[in-house]
Write a protein that binds this ligand. Sequence first.
Ligand SMILES: *Cc1c(COP(=O)(O)O)cnc(C)c1O
Length: 391
Amino acid sequence: MIPAVLPTYARAPLSFVRGEGSWLVEADGRCFLDMGGGIAVNVLGHAHPALVSALSQQAGALWHVSNLYRIPQQEALAEKLVEHTFADTVFFTNSGTEACELAVKMARKYWHDQGRPERSEILTFEGAFHGRSSAGIAAAGSERMTRGFEPLLPGFVQLPWADVGALREAITGRTGAILVEPVQGEGGIRVMPDRCLQGLRALCDEHGILLILDEVQCGMGRTGRLFAHEWAGITPDIMMVAKGIGGGFPLGAVLATERAASGMTVGTHGSTYGGNPLACAVGSAVMDIVATPEFLDAVSRKAGLLRQGLESLVATRPDSFEEVRGVGLMLGLKCRRPNTDIVAAGYDEGLLTVPAADNVLRLLPPLNISEADISTALDRLGRAAQSLADQ
Ligand SMILES: *Cc1c(COP(=O)(O)O)cnc(C)c1O
């Protein structure tokens, strides 16, 4: 018999009842160190007092009003995002894949309004992940996500990762945008080198193409900058954000320049829940903490510690680990055993990690994780690898 919950997930037999900081408590009382952070969502850990307070205050005042009316919490959060980024304007969604939908619509509408509707094609990259909506799976194009769901939304062309030569050849008179994650998450923590991102930006400028960055996973302080593309010194025309932006409350956003957003006039897009007062009150509290130089510097410092520890794990446990990848607190260990075995062995040690493609184990801890918790995580990961070696 089919379970009451549609069985689309491979779930571990764990159910958590409480969280505090970087720790989760299982129903049976065991404590788990959360190095997955809800897949890069819990940027401030669990039950952060500022977020609890923002949410409870808003909950006592007003949960929801329609976008038929002004929503001051939404305006406040949009202004913060505009102040701290390349963007001139923001649309709020409830998830990353909804942000993908709008990014695609925005790019196409831009070219439509320029009188160039044939420039509807969007170049994307192999290994990409942009969510599970029809546009998201068509954009990523991977067989695993698209099989059985045809016909796919047309207009996407997948290219090899970080190959500017192939990209240059793929650009035609139909190309309207390039969509890329500065750091692939699901794809196995693959960092697009700065010079590739700079090359992408230059190609886009040369051909008038819109650059769309998907920072759903790598954004919101994860890499030690508010957004990952800042390391390369470039800016996109459109950017998708979600995951960390709500710190655990469902929230996403599309940020854009005035030019890229010029087609999105009254009536061209909408969302019932997108940008509702609860979500935006929490999002504002997240921004107030994350978008500060002190916080971001601390992320880089902690990232250095974690990375160093992982490098020595690779050195001491070559039977389990091959290399460290990633940037900031978005780190991956390329594994020499099935990554899912190591994730499962981690559960037995009270450690939560996340598998990714390319046999990578992902570490996406809360950005405010303590140094003590980082060393606990490294110990437990070492023990997990040891337990597999002992088998
Ligand atoms: C998670 C993710 C998405 C999809 O976000 P959802 O909120 O699950 O729809 C899109 N892009 C990237 C890079 C992601 O990591």
